[in-house]
Design a protein. Structure first.
Lengths: 342, 370
């Protein structure tokens, strides 16, 4: 017991001794980035549509495009960004230690992470949540019709609990078959072992491509858990956090105003005050953030507005084929809403 | 008195040579043998047919995206490997700079092949080339940043390149380090012995994944802001230290097998510690433990896949990474990818294993062998 306490004491004092160093890493990220000449962006080790490499090894995806937009806003060049693939375990350490400036790594914004892990979430670039996939010929169009269904899912994740809660709340019978790995669960579902496969929506679409006949399966529209995915920055650097948040809002606002990467060049003469402010013709919004006045112009011109980014990476014309759903603009019944730029 | 009648001629005895006789003696000697032979034969045919069908008959060979691999009965999706081949070998190393990697591979082979052939001379010059010149050359070529070569960040390295860099560095560093540690552990000097035992037991007592994780995740937290080692370098050091601890124990096994008389004879000849070790003990000890050494090398080569956990993409890692490319997602993509990665790993490990057998035979001065 004595020894145990001694060891823990030693470890704790060791950690305390080093703690100021890791807090010291906060500093002013924008200055560091400006001096370095590029944005260091932490992405996933491969998630279809969010951050995955193409045949040439270039990173593509929603999260990747977000980092490119940040680079375009700061440097006027979307190419001034480097990507660090991070495992789920090392992502928060990487941001705390200053190894990366942003993590855009399909990371769920939860209170615990926001408050206890030394990171700040500043925007939601994809509203994800748990859903269900079923065979199209089952004739089910809503997850409320899944009474008596057998569900395939992964072991030991919150998906199992979420599904249990959902079925109990809706007074439906169910049976869960849990597997160690996602691939096993999908294979079991593919072979007809289960009526439905449940995991996060974005992953359902990705897994669907691995089925023998993807067209024979549909993802039901309901979402039974909240998984807002968004970029996170180091806690305590509000200037940098503001840039991250407003780059996202600028892409959303651009879509709302009908400004795209194609027509933004000819928008310069627009008399719409909102567009003028977005393009940096009016106001000192860039200067307030400490970046060039044409920050939003460059971000949208080089990367696109939110709708373009979504459709290019995960939209219905990509192999993933995800509908906008909750990620539609608020004006179209979705959740993507940008505070006004004024 | 009966007349002599010759016995009727008997049929010739069953042949004891040739294919038919061999099968009769070995495969169909009795009922049980026959049954087992037929069973095994059916099994072989079944497995071979399945593999052949998957890899060739039902497989796709041409195509530009996933639509090529979505037949009704689909075997291997080889276009996936074809499209991603450059990625699997070089990782994200820029296209225009890949000749540098090729040059490093090639110059490595030029040094390695004569080194591995016992009959080719100039071993000393070859050694200097491989251990002195080559590492520096490879570093300059791969990393760039001087001699007018563009810098290529190690974060852009990947695939087989990373696998080989990690494995070869580990192999080259672990043998001398391991020998020193093994000698240190048998040393009469208490501090040296304690340090060596401590080092070996600590590194052998934790999994490689822990060493890598400490190097990659914990180390940056302890370093002051702005000081950041390259991730690949951190991994290389971790792998080298880890494998040298294993190597030390293999070499110690060889040292302990050397009879005391050898030391005494060396002492009688007036040889000091280092000369005894270098001329008498190590040549015999290392020869004894060649299988163990190669075993450690092969283990190390496969352990390189663990660098995935710290965000480096070795061959297996980059194959898995490319499974997430939605334009190639099919039911067969990941099976094909794993088969490819497995085949490449097998090729390297099998080559190492065959070479170790060759070396054992070549160096055999055994009293036991006929």
């Amino acid at each position: 017991m004595q020894i145990k306490r001694l060891v823990f004491g030693a470890l704790a004092s060791l950690l305390l001794a080093f703690a100021p160093l890791s807090v010291g890493a906060a500093g002013n990220t924008l200055d560091v980035v400006m001096k370095r000449g590029y944005v260091q962006c932490g992405v996933s080790q491969g998630l279809p549509g969010f951050s995955n490499p193409d045949d040439k090894g270039n990173w593509t995806g929603i999260d990747v495009d977000f980092c490119k937009a940040v680079a375009a806003a700061i440097f006027g060049d979307a190419a001034k960004v480097k990507f660090t693939p991070l495992s789920a375990k090392e992502r928060f350490t990487a941001i705390q230690s200053g190894e990366v400036d942003i993590i855009a790594r399909n990371t769920t914004w939860s209170m615990h992470r926001d408050t206890a892990l030394g990171v700040d979430f500043r925007a939601v670039n994809y509203y994800d949540g748990q859903g269900f996939m079923v065979r199209a010929d089952l004739g089910v169009t809503s997850s409320t019709e899944l009474d008596g269904a057998t569900l395939c899912t992964n072991q030991g994740t919150t998906t199992e609990l979420n599904a249990a809660d959902y079925f109990r709340a809706n007074n439906m019978q169910y049976e869960i078959v849990a597997f160690e790995k996602a691939d096993e669960a999908v294979a079991a579902y593919n072979s007809g072992r289960c009526d439905a496969y449940t995991t996060d929506h974005s992953a359902l679409y990705a897994q669907r491509l691995k089925l023998t006949d993807p067209q024979a399966h549909i993802v039901l529209p309901e979402i039974i858990s909240k998984e807002p995915l968004g970029p996170a920055v180091r806690q305590g650097d509000n200037v940098w956090g503001d840039i991250i948040a407003w780059v996202h809002y600028a892409t959303v606002a651009a879509e709302e105003l009908g400004v795209t990467s194609k027509n933004i060049g000819s928008m310069g003469n627009s008399t719409n005050p909102s567009i003028k402010r977005l393009l940096g013709k009016d106001g000192t919004f860039g200067a307030n953030l400490g970046i060039p006045a044409d920050w939003a112009f460059q971000a949208v011109k080089q990367v696109g507005n939110y709708g373009e980014i979504f459709e290019r990476n995960v939209g219905i014309n990509t192999p993933l084929g995800i509908k906008r759903g909750y990620n539609a603009l608020w004006t179209d019944g979705g959740l993507q809403y940008a505070p006004p730029i004024r | 008195m009966s007349s002599w009648t010759p016995t009727a001629p008997r049929p010739a005895p069953a042949s004891t040579v040739g294919f038919v006789a061999w099968t009769r003696a070995n495969l169909f000697a009795n009922k049980l043998d026959t049954a087992l032979t037929l069973l095994a034969f059916t099994l072989v045919v079944y497995v071979v047919e399945a593999i052949f069908g998957w890899a060739i008959i039902d497989a796709s060979f041409t195509g530009d995206d996933r639509t090529a691999c979505l037949k009704e009965v689909q075997g291997a999706c080889w276009p996936f490997i074809e499209a991603k081949f450059g990625q699997f070998i070089y990782g994200r190393y820029p296209d225009a700079e890949r000749w540098r990697v090729d040059l490093v591979f090639l110059s490595g082979l030029i040094g390695l092949i004569p080194m591995l052939m016992p009959n080719v001379g100039f071993k000393r010059a070859n050694m200097i080339y491989l251990l002195g010149f080559y590492p520096i050359f490879a570093f300059i070529m791969l990393n760039g940043g001087m001699l007018g070569l563009a810098t290529v960040d190690t974060t852009d390295w990947g695939g087989l390149l990373v696998t080989l860099v990690v494995a070869i560095t580990g192999i080259v560093a672990s043998l001398p380090l391991g020998i020193l540690l093994a000698l240190g552990r048998r040393s009469d000097l208490p501090i040296v012995r304690a340090l060596c035992i401590g080092f070996i037991e600590i590194f052998r007592g934790v999994p490689l994944i822990t060493v890598l994780f400490m190097a990659s995740v914990m180390l940056p937290l302890f370093l002051p802001d702005g000081v950041n080692f390259d991730k690949l370098v951190r991994c290389l050091i971790g792998v080298a230290l880890f494998s040298s601890a294993y190597m030390a124990e293999v070499v110690r096994g060889g040292l302990q097998a050397i009879p005391k008389g050898q030391y005494e004879a060396a002492a009688a000849l007036g040889l000091g510690y280092w000369k005894t070790t270098r001329l008498i003990i190590l040549p015999q000890a290392l020869k004894l433990v060649i299988p163990g050494i190669v075993n450690t090398f092969i283990g190390l080569f496969k352990d390189t896949t663990l660098v995935l956990i710290v965000g480096l993409f070795d061959l297996l890692g980059i194959v898995q990474l490319h499974f997430t490319d939605a334009s190639w997602a099919t039911p067969e993509t990941h099976i094909t990818g794993y088969v490819f990665a497995g085949a490449v790993f097998w090729l390297f490990c099998f080559a190492m294993s065959r070479y170790s057998i060759f070396m054992e035979n070549h160096l055999s001065t055994d009293r036991t062998s006929s």
